[in-house]
Write a new protein. Structure first.
Ligand SMILES: *Cc1c(COP(=O)(O)O)cnc(C)c1O
Length: 408
């Protein structure tokens, strides 16, 4: 007989997953049962500092009281209508999200990949209806080493072979150029280009930060050449880098902004395409949709997220704690850390491969009570909730120093 879930150990639960769950992930061997703020607790009651924060889906920490309250209140009132009817939460969500991002109109979706797909559809339709690109000829220019999600169309323009192999045939209409290379972009964009789609900072690639001037350059180039600038801020946005949006570091407003992850407050999947009116207006009734997109529960939580960001508190924290993070990593340079890239409360840390793979370092950190995730090879990514304290951050960096000192 199967033991009741509450009586099973972490080891039992990990073993139980193997035959019944698709093997598309290789999680660290920790089974989380409870969480609050920057801390999670496993089945056996061991506590860990969450230095990944759900890939930035948990920017406000686990179960932020204001977000949980908003969700509870909405659960007691109305959860789903579909867009066949209006609901009384959606207008405010869209108004406040548009205002927060200096854009005009919102297309609410659920997951990040859906926001990317939707942004691509909007850009293509804009190319045909407004720009006058011949039917079926619109292209979208993207960057190498991108990560925009997992759908068939999105993996069509991935350069990560493990994301693509075995999943063809692929969607045509994408051109790939090197990231952080304005000259390559200049060459790739032509009269049939609908949009340039990039991440202002490439998170999955290892927190790759482009040179100063790149984002402003993309803005200038796309405007001059008459195509759209789509910024995928699903991971970089909503406070992570010390600004509401990473594009703000260069005072840039894209034509189309893609948001997700933290927009759902770590509670429900909420994503959005936010765009200039002239662009979003290409969509008419029946041309795009989502059963759950813009549902009242998502709108209530999303509005509460926007409300937290309107205070500026989280952006300020990310900015200030970012200094602590950079100083701590700087001190580890040459002591197991070969290099790092950091902006706000977000860092990609390259560990000396002689000390172990990113995975091995992550497992050692886990045993010391710190949860992180490796990206490629020997790079680990640090992205704690923006609610983490300076002391917690210093303590995590101290643990990293200890683990790197022992490794090898
Ligand atoms: C996570 C992510 C996505 C995909 O979001 P999902 O919710 O996993 O579909 C897209 N773009 C970026 C930059 C991301 O980090």
């Amino acid at each position: 007989m199967t033991a009741p879930a509450h009586a099973r150990t972490s080891a039992d639960l990990i073993r139980a997953e193997e035959p019944v769950l698709a093997h598309n992930y290789h999680p660290l061997p920790v089974v989380v049962a409870r969480a609050e703020g920057a801390w999670v607790e496993d089945v056996e009651g061991r506590r860990y500092l969450d230095m990944l924060a759900g890939y930035s889906a948990l920017n406000f920490g686990h179960r932020h009281p204001a977000l949980i309250q908003a969700a509870h209140d909405q659960l007691d009132r109305l959860t789903l209508t579909s867009r066949a009817f209006h609901n009384d939460r959606l207008a405010e969500f869209a108004e406040r999200l548009a205002a927060l991002t200096s854009l005009d109109m919102v297309l609410p979706m659920n997951t990040g990949a859906e926001a990317v797909e939707s942004g691509i559809k909007v850009a293509r339709k804009w190319a045909y209806d407004v720009k006058g690109v011949p039917d079926g000829q619109a292209t979208i220019v993207v960057a190498a080493d991108n990560f925009h999600g997992r759908t068939t169309t999105i993996v069509s323009f991935s350069t990560d072979e493990s994301a693509r192999t075995g999943f063809g045939p692929f969607t045509p209409g994408f051109k790939i150029v090197p990231y952080n290379d304005l000259a390559a972009l200049e060459e790739a964009v032509d009269e049939n280009t609908a949009a340039v789609l990039i991440e202002p900072i490439q998170g999955e690639a290892g927190v790759i930060i482009p040179d100063a001037g790149y984002l402003a350059g993309v803005r200038e180039l796309t405007r001059r050449k008459g195509c759209l600038f789509i910024a995928d801020e699903i991971q970089s946005g909503l406070g992570r880098t010390g600004r509401t949006l990473a594009v703000e570091h260069e005072s840039v407003v894209p034509d189309v902004l893609l948001l997700g992850k933290a927009l759902g407050g770590g509670i429900v999947p909420v994503s959005a395409v936010v765009a200039r009116r002239e662009v979003m207006s290409v969509l008419g009734p029946g041309e795009h949709g989502s059963t759950f997109g813009g549902n009242p529960l998502a709108a209530a939580v999303g509005t509460a997220v926007v409300e937290l960001l309107e205070t500026g508190e989280f952006q300020r924290r990310a900015d200030e704690l970012g200094v602590v993070l950079r100083e701590g990593l700087e001190a580890l340079r040459g002591h197991g850390v070969t290099g790092f890239r950091a902006r706000g409360l977000w860092a990609g840390v390259d560990v000396d491969p002689a000390l172990g793979t990113g995975r091995e370092i992550s497992e050692r950190l886990m045993r010391e009570g710190i949860l992180v995730k490796d990206t490629h090879g020997s790079t680990i990514r640090l992205a704690p909730p923006l609610t983490v304290t300076a002391d917690e951050l210093r303590s995590a960096l101290g643990t990293l120093e200890k683990v790197l000192g022992q490794a090898g």
